[in-house]
Design a protein around this ligand. Structure first.
Ligand code: ADP
Length: 480
């Protein structure tokens, strides 16, 4: 039995702010349980829903030296769907209303978390063969492991994997403060280790000291070796390219299933979507103030409203796109200028644009089911889950060819009648609009072809099974 430990700052069903929680929630469930004993450690945030807190049992506690003090480390545990979860309890660090409070507060919080995650292992009697770390919040784990923990035989020989879910976030702060908080010696704060443009970088530490690096699609694994996508770490990525690989994320096919989804208006399948899917469209149109018209093409957007997702392209040509016979529904929160932009367009094109500026899981399901196409013109996209969900729901993705979008959406080829969506190459608003208009043309003028494409999209398999096998291969290779 191989012992694998996941350490992450969020994990479904307990806490989610983004795709990371989906991955950490799904992957342990999908590993072969006969051969892998996989457990998960995450923080015990005070804002976690009471129903989850009620499931937890107190295991033990101790005090740990950190940041010139001795800190309480409580361990709570639970078993959920066959997987053991451990929660690290410390009220100084984890009393909050959301997981991320911004810098420099998060430096202390997640450095504490990383050190505590290693420190609790003897108390929970679990000596992992491999620790799978996720994103910058756990970047110090391979570093701590290389440092003082080596004095204890228990920790020697533990392998580490670092997965990059989004390279944009790295945990960077000035060296003096960082050194003071995290308690690592000067040795680590040089340009070949944690130093980064004269600051200190927690993710970089993890990437230097881990045994293997993965990221969430093949294309993103290639892209981050060049400066445009590398966020300042492209040199390190090139240096470690033989230890770097892409493994695309899957989605939970039970949760995201138009045949059984209780959150949508009308269930449908690949056999009957031609008749049934449209009922979701008209019901949603009525609910959110769009003109009820089964024939109108509805384009959906469900997203964090940030630059990464390409909203400046949309801002640039939205007026022009609204001259066409299409409708837009936007569900998202984020940067104020984009929130206001969509509110403005909803006001200007009432009945044809609907802006829902909040976070709502149920409405997201309804939008995937109701829309004909799904727009995602990202500037960069490590993997992207939204396009996988929209494929599953037969809402054809219109994407830019970057990262995971390029790997998962096959562009329509009208001559060979292949493809599952539409895509464009350059980060250019008119190129995006040209592609949206091409999609409109197929939708209105060639419905048979459109529907065949929906069928192909719905038949694609982006469940976790094949990706979980690739992670297992990696674990086996490292553990030996
Ligand atoms: P990222 O992790 O970069 O935000 P992904 O496409 O990987 O992007 O994952 C986003 C996930 O969050 C999807 O499941 C999407 O449906 C969901 N989501 C984003 N914004 C909202 C929102 N306002 N309401 C409900 N779900 C949302």
């Amino acid at each position: 039995m191989k012992k694998i430990l996941f350490v992450a700052s969020e994990c479904l069903p307990f806490v989610k702010t983004g795709g990371l929680a989906d991955v950490v929630g799904s992957l342990p469930q999908c590993l072969d349980k006969e051969n892998y004993d996989c457990r998960v450690i995450m923080p015990l945030y005070s804002f976690m829903a009471q129903k989850w807190k009620d499931m937890l049992e107190y295991k033990t506690h101790f005090y740990m030296d950190f940041n010139w003090n001795s800190y309480y480390v409580g361990i709570m545990e639970c078993e959920y769907e066959g997987i053991k979860y451990y929660f690290i309890d410390n009220q100084d660090y984890f009393t909050c209303d959301k997981p991320y409070a911004g810098m420099p507060y998060d430096i202390g919080r997640f450095a504490f978390f990383s050190k505590a995650a290693l420190s609790i292992l003897p108390s929970i009697d679990f000596r992992p063969d491999l620790i799978h770390c996720h994103d910058w919040q756990t970047g110090l784990i391979p570093v701590y492991l290389n440092d003082s923990f080596q004095a204890n035989e228990f920790y020697r020989g533990i392998k580490t994997v670092m997965t990059i879910h989004n390279l944009k976030f790295q945990g960077v702060w000035d060296i003096r403060t960082m050194k003071d908080i995290v308690g690592l010696p000067d040795y680590y704060f040089t340009p070949d280790k944690l130093e980064f443009n004269r600051d200190a970088n927690m993710l970089k530490g993890g990437l230097v000291y881990c045994d293997a690096i993965t990221t969430v699609s093949d294309t993103y694994a290639e892209e981050i070796k060049i400066p445009y996508y590398g966020e300042g770490l492209d040199g390190l990525m090139r240096a470690r390219q033989h230890d770097l690989r892409g493994i695309v994320n899957g989605i939970d096919y039970h949760m995201w299933n138009p045949e059984t989804d209780k959150l949508i208006y009308k269930n449908y399948s690949v056999e009957n979507f031609r008749k049934e899917k449209v009922k979701n469209k008209t019901a949603l149109q009525a609910d959110i103030g769009l003109d009820v018209d089964p024939k109108a093409m509805l384009i959906g957007i469900v997203s964090r409203l940030t630059d990464q997702k390409g909203f400046d392209l949309i801002a640039y040509v939205m007026d022009e796109m609204c001259q066409d016979a299409v409708q837009f529904v936007i569900l998202g929160t984020g940067e104020e200028r984009y929130e206001n932009m969509f509110r403005h367009f909803a006001w200007k094109y009432g009945g044809r644009v609907s802006a829902q500026i909040y976070y709502n899981e149920a409405l997201s399901h309804k939008i995937y089911a109701a829309s004909d196409a799904f727009l995602m013109p990202s500037q960069f996209e490590p993997c992207g889950l939204s396009q996988l969900i929209s494929l599953r729901y037969g809402s054809l993705p219109i994407v830019r060819e970057t990262g995971g979008l390029k790997d998962t959406v096959q562009p329509y080829n009208e001559y060979e009648s292949t493809g599952t969506g539409f895509s464009f190459v350059n980060y250019n608003a008119h190129e995006m609009m040209g592609t949206v208009r091409y999609a409109e043309k197929v939708f209105y003028d060639n419905k048979r072809e459109w529907n065949k494409m929906v069928e192909r999209a719905m038949n694609k398999d982006f469940s976790w099974e094949s990706s979980a096998l690739k992670y297992q291969e990696l674990y086996d290779w490292l553990i030996g």
